[in-house]
Design a protein around this ligand. Sequence first.
Ligand SMILES: [Zn+2]
Ligand SMILES: [Zn+2]
Length: 417
Amino acid sequence: MHALKALVVAILVISFMTFVAFFGRLPALRNTPISWLHGFMWNTVPSAFLAVDRRITGGRLSRAMRRFGNYMMYERHPTVLIFFIALLIGGEVMYLPTVWPLLHATQRFTVAIVVICPYVFLWLSASADPGYITPENHVVQMAQYPYDFAMFHPGSHCRTCQLLKPARSKHCSICKHCIGKADHHCIFINNCVGAGNLHWFMLLLFSTAVLLMYGTCLGLSLLSLAIKLRYPDFSMWPPAAVNYDWNTYFLIMSLALQSNVGMGAVTLLTLLTAPLVWGLWAYNMYMIWAGTTTNESLKWSDWKFDIDDGFAFSRRMSPTREKDLRFEPAWTKWPVETDSIMVRTENGPPRADSTNIPGEGEWTQVTSLKEVDNLYDLGFWDNLRDVFWPRYRFASGSGVPVDGRIGRGRQRERRQG
Ligand SMILES: [Zn+2]
Ligand SMILES: [Zn+2]
């Protein structure tokens, strides 16, 4: 009984701390206790440790740990990927031998599919080219998305790759490459998530979430069946605490778990971790719905701060603007182009006649992020198409200059329609 409680608490605490460690920096959690705890974990604790080590070993221990930490954090290595696979295999080895003989043929078929899918999608997301930008494919990468002149301005160079940065790309210091439509570097797949594998990554999250949910339901229903053999009036769900008080209910549950330790522990683990994986999947679906990436959501949250501080200004972009083809592609696969430019300055708007900044007319202060159109949001279905069919060309008549062919007006029509 106490052992069960301790196990539940331990799993909950570990899942929560893992969540805080990896996701506490997300913009949505800024200024919440979770982000404070994240700061405590990554800043306060390490600096306290440094201070103690400086006194005791003169800092030798922390230098060695920093080298190890740098390797773990900033080099590509499959440690977490191996841990993830070990967790999957370990759980299945503990779970399946008990469960398999109790299943009928169709259930066995379902279990086989549910178990195999995460491995397949893990392999596909880990081995796929996430969208490495190389001198050979640079022209194609440049033609994917137009610059929005807010988060992405033309003419910015990657100093490492020595290439112009295409819109929506980001240099990954771990993969040592610029990545097209970069989302984030994921240590679970030991690869970046970008235009080339976001679809596999979404399927990995979804199949893992289904695996955990199915494992939970199957495990609980088999445990319930086993308990009912001894206590026929017991019901796990809805919890029948009519004939039993809660203590007896948990005592019966823990006895059942103890008689099937492997399956019981795995069921408990899947029950407690399934919400986390479903949450991650929902978060990434939300990002697709919003037409953005993790990388861009960080940029948007920076813009929000500049807008709140009164440092953001925008002006109209001429529909007949001449593109500087040294820095910008003549056309892209994207059906829309920006009709405004947004800049940040700390000393008021730029001059209206400034010729080194594109756009025309007076600058107006941007007072809310709501005023800003996200160029990369075409609506949920087209955003989804862009993720799952990265080669799809929204713009028809490839090679025709973008100017005058399709403007922002069409995007607004699409959104309304
Ligand atoms: Zn780069
Ligand atoms: Zn990377």
